[in-house]
Structures are given as C-alpha cells and as structure tokens.
Design a binder for this molecule. Structure first.
Ligand code: FPP
Length: 251
C-alpha cells in the first residue's frame, strides 16, 4: 500500500488538530517530575502520528508548545526544549521513511540556535514527501497568527500589491498559517479541559470539537479510533439546515 494521501472519504477527517493535554497530571499521579509526563507524551504522539498516517489523514497539527508556555517554571521549559531537540533528532528520519512531510508553525526565532537548526533540517529533509503533513505548532498562538497575517496584509497594501478593497476573508486567510491545507475537520483535546487555549482560533471556526478525559500519555490507538468514529457520526452543516444537507446527500 502506498503512503501517499489520495483516498479520503467524507466520513474521514482530512485534517485533525490536537491539543495534547494532561502530561503534567499523568506524571503527578505517579509522583514523577512533570518532565517525565512530557517524555511519556512523546510515545503517545508517535502512536497518533502513525495511526493518522496509516488512516490516510491528509494533515495532522499538534500543539507542542504555546506562546504562553514560556511562563511555566524555567526547569520545565528547559526540559521541554531538550525533549524537542532529542525527539526531532530521533524521529525525523523515521517520519521521512513513512513519507511524512514535517512543518513547524509559530515563531521559531525565539528558540535556541540548536533547536532552530533541527526544525529547519527536519523541514528540509521531508519537504518533498507526498504523504501526510505533520504540522508541529511550537511557540505558536492563534492570536499571534492573526496579528502576523494582519501585518503581512498591511505590508502588501503599503507595497501597492493589493488595495484595502481587496481585503476579504479569503485574502486574510491566505496569510494565516496552514492556509494551503483544508481547515481542521476535527479538533481533539485530551485531559478533560474543554477549551481551545489560543490554538488555531481562525482555522477552527467550523471544526468538530472532541474532548476526552484521557490524559495525553494514555491516549491510545483505541482512543484515536473512537475520535474518528465520533467524527463520522457528526452532521456538518456550515450554516445550512439539516434538511438541506440531507437533500444534498441524496442528489
Ligand atoms: C500539555 O500538558 C503538554 C505540553 C505543553 C507539551 C506537549 C509536548 C509533547 C507531548 C512532546 C511532543 C514533542 C514533539 C517534538 C512534537 P500539560 O503539561 O499542560 O499537562 P497538565 O495539564 O496535566 O499539567
């Protein structure tokens, strides 16, 4: 079976976005340092990436580090940075063999030179891959994304490439992260909290939101399958009525 993404059906999400929450609580329950929870979280991340790629999901976007996570204790931030470098180094060749294309979104300039180098190398190595696109949101915030897009839009106006009258949702969207992909059909958040936490605030406008109590390190293939089955049972209306959607399905 080829690793390229070509056979998505309507009941399968094309793009899944995930907030991997609960690593700290998973560690606390075991009287381990929070960093041990993040390390265990990497195993769950590997499992979901493999499952998504096997299921022919076109894109998977995971929230690895938010713009606000810098406010955590310094020791936890340092442990996360070290984990990111070791994980990218250890995993990227395997991802490349699976034809996965790796992309990072967020303000990478704030990371150490070493981390920025591994980010850039992983993108370069996998750039030509035609399978699933794995987007890793790192030092990312949804509001930052919108502000960044507005800045690019204003520059384009100042450089006379566009006029104010050209500005509409489609044009603003073209400056937002991941605009080359379908918007996330399914958003998954583990760890029991029911919020978006400044993740892809623009891109999630019409996503189906799935919240589950499982802590991220415990998120298994069965949990992933449950989320996919739940998604298949949703009727997506995009502002239309249920009757209209049914009529479109029979015609
Ligand atoms: C949130 O749980 C999790 C994070 C802030 C880090 C997630 C990172 C990984 C799973 C590593 C993935 C690695 C790569 C390179 C993609 P939390 O700490 O907020 O948990 P809590 O709510 O229980 O405290």
């Amino acid at each position: 079976m080829s690793d390229t993404v070509e056979s998505a059906s309507d009941s399968l999400p094309r793009h899944i976005a995930v907030v991997m929450d609960g690593n700290g609580r998973w560690a606390n329950k075991r009287h381990l340092p929070r960093a041990a929870g993040h390390k265990a979280g990497v195993n769950a991340t590997r499992t979901i990436v493999e499952n998504a790629a096997k299921s022919k999901i076109q894109a998977l976007t995971i929230f690895a580090f938010s713009s606000e996570n810098w406010n955590r204790p310094e020791s936890e931030v340092t442990a996360l940075m070290t984990l990111f470098i070791s994980t990218i180094t250890a995993e990227v060749k395997k991802l490349d063999k699976k034809n996965v294309r790796v992309k990072f979104i967020g303000e990478r300039e704030r990371f150490s030179d070493k981390l920025q180098a591994s980010i850039n190398e992983s993108e370069l190595l996998t750039d030509k891959n035609t399978g699933m696109q794995l987007n890793i949101a790192a030092n990312y915030g949804g509001r930052w994304d919108v502000v960044n897009a507005c800045k690019s839009l204003i520059s384009a106006v100042q450089e006379n490439k566009i006029t104010i009258n050209d500005v509409d949702e489609k044009l603003l969207n073209s400056f937002i992260s991941l605009s080359d992909l379908p918007e996330p059909d399914l958003f998954i958040r583990t760890g029991g909290e029911q919020r978006i936490s400044n993740f892809l605030i623009w891109q999630l406008s019409y996503s189906e939101l799935y919240f589950v109590d499982t802590l991220w390190p415990d998120f298994s293939t069965a949990d992933f399958d449950n989320a996919i089955s739940w998604y298949a049972s949703r009727q997506r209306r995009f502002g239309k009525t249920g009757q209209q959607i049914k009529e479109e399905q029979v015609s």
